[in-house]
Every structure is written in C-alpha cells, then in structure tokens.
Ligand binder design. Structure first.
Ligand SMILES: [Zn+2]
Length: 524
C-alpha cells in the first residue's frame, strides 16, 4: 500500500515506504531510526533509549486510528454576541457540537479487517457546517421547553420527584408541598404518571399528573387529571378534573400448560386481564382445581391511554370485553354488555348472565394460595370427614359473603375460633371460620361480595386459612356445585337485539385471536 487512498470520502494517507506494521514489531525500516526519542537523543549527543521506549507509544496507539474533524465555527465575535443574547441556548448548542465531534471520532472501525494492522496517522479535516449562525438563532427563537415524565413512588416528596424530573424551581416545589390539590400528586399511593414542562434551566412551566379515578364506579373508565400551572398574574394555580380514558382493543390467545398466570404471561396478557378472566368464569371453572393442560383461551380486552399516553398502571389494561375459555373440552363464553339502564355484566352468548345468586368462592382468586375440599385434619390427628372447603391465604386477607343474606352468628365457637354464619333464605346457610376479625354483627343485612371479615388462625388450626361451609337445611354441600346449580339470570328481552349485535361483533374478534393461536401452534 502506497500513497493516498480515497475511502468513504476521506483521504487515507499511508506511509510512503515500508509495509503495514504490526504493533510492537518493527517494519522493514528500523523503527528506531524513526523514533523521535532516538532522534532527540542523537541530536543532543546523548545515549539513545532502548528499543522498548520507542515501541511503547506505538503499542498504545496502535489499535485506534485517530481521525478528528475540526469544525469551522462562526467568528468569535459572532458567538460572543450570540451568547450575550441567548445565554442558556448557547450551552445546549455547544453540547450538540461536542456530541457531533464525538460521533465522528468513533466512526472509524469497520474499514479494515483489523484496525490494529493499519498504519498510524492523524487526519485532520475541515468541515464547514451549513450556516451555523442561523441554526443557533432558530434554536433560540424556539424558547426551548423540555418535557419529562416520571412515575411517582409511595415515598416521594416534592423534592425527590422534582429531582428525578430535572426540575430546579423552589417556588414551584413549595406550591406542590402546600397546595391542597397539587399535593395529591405526591400523597397517597405511588404509581401516578407525572409530566412536566420546564425551561432549559429547570424552571417549571407546567405539571400534569394522572392516576386512576377514585370515584365510585369510574375506576375502569376514567382517570383523574391534576394540572398545576401559572395563572395570568404569574402565581401558581392547580385544579383536578375527571376524564375518560382513550380506548383501543387488543386480542390475545393462549394455551395452558400449568397455571392460568403462566399461560397469560406467555401470551403477553396483563395480570389485570388474567384476574378478570378468573373472576368472570369463577362459577364455571375452578382455576385452582380444574385447569387442564391444553385448555385454551381467547380474549378481547381494552387497552387504555390517558390524554394519548399509555397508562402505566395495571399494565394499561382496561375491561375484558369478551372471552372464550375451553376447559377440559367444554367451551365457555363471556361477553360484556351494558344494559340501557347503564348497569353492565358478563353474559354467555345465549344471553345467560354469568353472575349467579351464589359466588363459587368466598375469596378473590388472586388471594388464595391453595384450595381443597378434603384433607387430613392435623390438629385432631386422625382422618375425618372434612365438611367444608379450606382456602390457604395470609392472615388479614378479605373474606366476602357468597350471596345476599342476614348475619345469624358472629362470635366465637370451639374449634372454629372467630366465626360468622349467614342465612341466605330457603334453608341455605354459609359459615366462615378461623377468622382474625369479624366486620359484621348479628342481625345485619349483607349483599353478595360484601366483606364480612378477614382470614386468621383462630380456633383449632395449625396455619392461617379460611374454613368455609355451605349447608342446606343443615346438610353440608359442595359450594362450587351450589354456585353452578344456582338459577342463572337471563338478559331481558328488550335488550336482546342490541346484545346480539355485540355478540356478533366480538365473535369476529375472538375468531381472529383463535386463528392467530392456530398459526402460532403450527410454527416449528
Ligand atoms: Zn377446614
């Protein structure tokens, strides 16, 4: 290789004589005669240094080929006058220039099979960026506004939140701390989506925080928006409002190999959707005891945005609109339908409500660690007929009543510990035992799903669990069988035409989701 070579728009200059050099190994010409240290020593009449001294610098720089672009800057006078006019913008522009140079310096490597084999040269090239003066002016005219987002933590203070957001504004921080409305952004639960606009030097221009609506019945459909901004007089003002989520529809399908969550995770379905599926089908499928390998599901659910931003809570999942679950070969359908009176619920494709007069379980699916009908009673140390269902769960887990009724007992009984008994009419009673606390009193009317107490380990028990019994005229029954046998509620005739329309539209989507699953299954 000799002379100059044009590669990639750059001129590469190779040594006028001698071949490529390997670092640390002298080329055809003796490296020592080239060595500036040797030359310097010779010219001063001193003893030249050993070969190692000459080779060391070559070894250090061998792997990197230096190439520097020098940028022709606007005149010093022009920059200075610009700096006087636009102080903070200049800093940003300078950073941008440095970043540009940095990229140039690393854009070298792929030219040769081994950069270490290339001869060492420093190339200096002058590049004139087009009209930098005008770019700087344009930048300044834009009045730089920075937008940043953060998710709040339960432990956040005004200062910690502002630090993460890059806000340096003591006055705004003081307002966030003291104003009753604005404070909501940093009090209560974490997980709120906070977005700020600041000037380039960190002064807050606006803060918007969003979190799920805490208003009764709006949690699934609406969010709270808190806005903190400067009023006309320059003082901070705040306000909250309730707004509807933006809604998109998502489809997913999966196959069960072990657990429901394992299957939904594999299908990329948020946990919030998996829990809804377990709840929707709780009467028809016992997800703890009856799930089979090879069961399949398809689901259509809402994905939520707040003011166009993906919602960070619940993995952005909204309501399940329709689902199909094939359990042990049996197909179950659920379609969400909002009746003209505004009340909504899940129905089978035939218009039969999935909500029964009795719930299958006195605890939410997500709370139960184990559930089984018969077991060896460890305290009595002998096999006895277990007359109920035990649900393993931590102390304090809420316990709910499975149907409307009246509390007939709330107190202590030997063996059962703290216990509640509820009369549901027609000779049907339920019993909740080993509680850590009771939240209802004798004679109280209660509604299906209402919290009556919490899991404990009172009475004869070795660990925290709920003991649940269902009796009809004193005879013990399998609660799941009772729930399934309970009279289904049919959708009223007036709503049917509208409902059938909804079923037709979601069926198309479910079929689409299933076909995707089939395609995935045929892939190797
Ligand atoms: Zn028990």
């Amino acid at each position: 290789m000799k002379g100059d070579t044009e590669v990639d728009g750059y001129t590469w200059r190779f040594p006028p004589s001698g071949g490529p050099r390997v670092p640390g190994v002298p080329g055809p010409r003796d490296a020592r005669t080239d060595c500036p240290l040797v030359k310097a020593a010779n010219s001063r009449g001193r003893v030249p240094p050993g070969p190692a001294a000459c080779l060391a610098p070559a070894r250090e720089t061998a792997a990197v080929d230096h190439r520097v672009k020098s940028v022709s800057l606007p005149s010093a006078a022009a920059l200075e006058s610009f700096g006087r006019r636009h102080r903070h913008t200049l800093l940003v522009a300078a950073v941008a220039l440095l970043a540009g140079t940095g990229i140039t310096a690393v854009a070298v490597a792929p030219l040769a099979p081994d950069a270490a084999l290339l001869p060492q040269r420093m190339l200096v090239e002058t590049v004139a960026p087009p009209e930098l003066d005008r770019q700087l002016e344009a930048l300044a005219a834009m009045e730089l506004t920075l937008t940043r987002s953060e998710i709040t933590r339960g432990t956040d203070s005004a200062d910690s939140l502002f630090t993460r957001l890059g806000v340096r504004d003591a006055e705004a921080a003081a307002f966030l701390r003291s104003d009753a409305e604005a404070r909501k952004a940093i009090t209560g639960r974490g997980g709120k989506l906070v977005q700020v606009e600041t000037s380039a030097d960190g002064f807050l221009q606006q803060l918007v925080a969003r979190w799920p609506s805490e208003q009764e019945g709006l949690a699934r459909t609406h969010f709270t928006r808190l806005t903190m901004s400067r009023g006309a007089d320059g003082r901070w003002v705040s306000g909250t409002e309730t707004a509807a989520y933006g809604v998109a529809t998502r489809l997913a399908s999966g196959t069960v190999s072990a657990t429901l969550f394992g299957a939904t995770d594999a299908a990329g379905v948020p946990d919030a959707v998996a829990l809804q599926l377990a709840d929707i089908f709780s009467t028809d499928i016992d997800f703890h005891r009856e799930l089979r390998r090879g069961d399949t599901f398809s689901v259509v659910y809402e994905s939520l945005t707040a003011d166009g931003q993906p919602v960070p809570w619940n993995e952005g999942a909204g309501r399940v609109l329709a689902a199909e679950f094939v359990n042990a070969g049996r197909v179950h359908h659920a379609v969400w339908f909002q009746r003209p009176d505004g009340r909504g619920g899940y129905y089978g494709a035939d218009g039969r409500s999935l909500r029964r007069s009795f719930l299958a379980s006195p605890m939410e699916f997500s709370r139960v660690t184990s559930g089984f009908a018969m077991r060896f009673h460890p305290v009595l140390q002998r096999q006895r007929r277990h007359l109920g269902v035990d649900y393993g769960a931590p102390v304090g887990t809420p316990v709910r009543t499975v149907a409307d009724g009246t509390v007939v007992f709330s107190g202590w009984q030997n063996g059962y510990g703290k216990v509640i008994e509820i009369d549901h009419g027609n000779g049907r009673n339920t019993l909740y035992a080993h509680l850590s606390r009771q939240d209802v009193r004798k004679g109280q009317r209660i509604q299906q799903g209402q919290r009556v107490g919490a899991v404990g380990m009172t009475g004869m028990t070795t660990g925290p669990h709920l003991h649940f019994e269902f009796r009809i005229n004193g005879a013990h029954q399998d609660p799941l069988r009772i729930a399934r046998g309970a009279e289904p509620v049919m959708l009223d005739a007036a709503s049917r035409p509208q409902f059938d329309e909804v079923v037709r539209s979601v069926r198309t989507k479910l079929e689409l989701a299933e076909s995707q699953l089939r395609v995935a299954a045929t892939r190797p």
